[in-house]
Design a protein around this ligand. Structure first.
Ligand code: CMC
Length: 453
């Protein structure tokens, strides 16, 4: 493919840049020499047109609603694979042979217990702490418990920490839940598969026998596969950024959890179900659509829209199908929240505002309903997302460390602040432009006391 040529306003060639070929999807202009050759930078807040790295893990075609993990469609993977098999695929590039799967399954099973001292760590949190707050604290703390596997330059240590994280995330997540409801922590069972073991740690109690349901386990498997990776999304880019400084993988994944928590990223699954519950009835949907379109109203339709998908998110399609199957298999009849969600989708997809902006339901629109049917409380939804996305984060972290082109992430900026100016003596300073005190509003908890609530 031809080079990309940059001209000055008089039409003179300033610089030529090679164009790098993608296997499928958009090619990239390699602008690494731009600042040195032309003295300018590119400006792309939110990185809509920036490829931050090479990656061979996941491909998204946003116009045609396609999502592939290492070339395989998510529909086929959900149909035929276990989550552990998909984790292997994302990490190592190929579907495992029976022997490889057996060995990998063994490794991610026999690392599932937590250091017993971590239980005390949980007890330091308030009972009503959000599970994502607990998750990011505990995952960050793992770096203090496993100093033997944080040398990122040692491939063996990298692999051990990857296996530890994949194995321990279900335990860590289930313990966060048990802690908030005041039930004893439940130890993992190595005779169960990954999803059944997670259900066991979430829902069993020492007082009664518990056999994880095959139907719920299958739904959980689909949910984890669909959420496992999504190329350079905000949390994955965060993990790559943190990892680019050679921080240890536990610190990187804790950073990914922080980024995922936001309501317009992974936190949207929780926000969707809260929104549907608040809307309550079909009579309130037209007003919700009106508010979502009003630029003076911060309300948005949660679970709608995506930076990359300008067509129906393929993950939302799978989620909706899985949920319909689950309703049938569990013989739950009509779920009023599902009816509400489908009607909201119908109204939005008929509305010019959503049509013109190509806003469709995304992965989070139906995933919360699946989790609700499994019995997972709403405040745990994003934590379950983090549990599955850990596999994607680690696949990208591994790929990044192994990439010889990788450098520390250090973007440039378009500086718009003051140019150098003389120092202002305190007697001659004005308060213009900087808030001298907090904006007016209701008192914040702890504002009146230095001790806090
Ligand atoms: N409701 C109403 N209007 C919307 C919505 C929405 N959910 N999403 C986008 N728009 C409008 C937006 O106001 C803008 O309109 P205009 O061009 O008139 O200014 C236009 O559509 C483009 O939106 P944008 O905010 O520039 O798009 P973005 O790519 O920066 O943001 C998004 C993508 C996902 C953050 C956004 O669509 C959103 O906030 N959606 C709701 C939250 C959500 O469901 N997040 C989950 C995303 S998928 C899973 C994940 O990331 O974990």
């Amino acid at each position: 493919m031809a080079d990309y040529t940059l001209h000055d306003p008089d039409g003179r060639t300033v610089a030529r840049f090679p164009v790098l070929d993608a296997t499928v999807g958009a090619n990239s202009v390699d602008v690494r020499a731009l600042l040195d050759t032309a003295g300018i930078t590119t400006y792309d807040p939110g990185f809509s047109s920036t490829s931050s790295c090479n990656s061979a893990i996941t491909f998204v075609d946003g116009d045609n609603g396609v999502l592939l993990y290492r070339g395989y469609s998510i529909d086929q993977l959900v149909e035929h694979s276990s989550f552990v098999e998909v984790a292997y695929l994302l990490l190592f590039g190929e579907l495992p042979t029976p022997a490889q799967l057996q060995s990998f399954t063994h490794d991610v099973t026999y690392h599932s217990m937590l250091h017993e001292q971590l239980s005390s760590f949980y007890r330091g949190f308030r009972r009503d702490a959000h599970p994502m707050a607990v998750l990011l604290g505990v995952v960050g703390a793992l770096s203090a418990f496993y100093p033997d596997s944080i040398d990122v330059f040692d491939p063996r240590q990298r692999l051990v920490s990857i296996e530890r994280l994949i194995a321990k995330m279900p335990t860590i997540t289930a313990m966060a839940y048990k802690y908030t409801i005041g039930q004893p922590f439940v130890y993992p069972r190595n005779d169960l598969d990954y999803c059944s073991n997670f259900l066991h740690m979430m829902f069993s109690v020492p007082a009664e026998p518990y056999e994880p349901s095959k139907i719920l386990s299958k739904a959980m498997n689909a949910l984890l596969i669909v959420q496992a990776d999504h190329e350079q999304n905000a949390s994955t880019s965060t993990v790559r950024t943190v990892g680019s400084s050679r921080a240890n993988p536990f610190a990187c994944v804790a950073a990914g959890i922080s980024s995922l928590w936001g309501p317009i990223h992974g936190g949207a699954n929780e926000a969707v179900v809260n929104m549907l519950q608040e809307l309550g009835s079909k009579a309130n949907l037209p007003d919700a659509i009106r508010r979502a379109k009003d630029k003076n109203d911060p309300f948005r339709l949660m679970g709608f829209g995506h930076r990359v998908y300008k067509s129906y998110d393929p993950r939302a399609k799978v989620m909706r199908r899985i949920y319909e199957e689950l309703l049938e298999e569990l013989d739950l009849g009509n779920d009023p929240l599902f009816e509400l969600a489908k009607e909201l989708e119908r109204l939005a997809l008929e509305d010019d505002y959503f049509v013109q902006r190509k806003l469709y339901p995304n992965v989070d629109f139906y995933s919360g309903l699946i989790m609700k049917a499994i019995g997972i409380p709403i405040n745990m939804f994003t934590a379950i997302f983090a549990l599955s996305r850990t596999v994607g984060w680690l696949s990208h972290w591994k790929e990044m460390i192994e990439d010889p082109d990788q450098r520390i992430t250090r973007p440039r900026q378009l500086y718009v602040g003051p140019a150098q100016r003389p120092y202002a003596d305190i007697a001659h300073r004005s308060v213009n432009g900087s808030p001298a005190k907090l904006p007016a509003g209701p008192a914040m908890p702890g504002e009146k006391s230095i001790v806090g609530g």
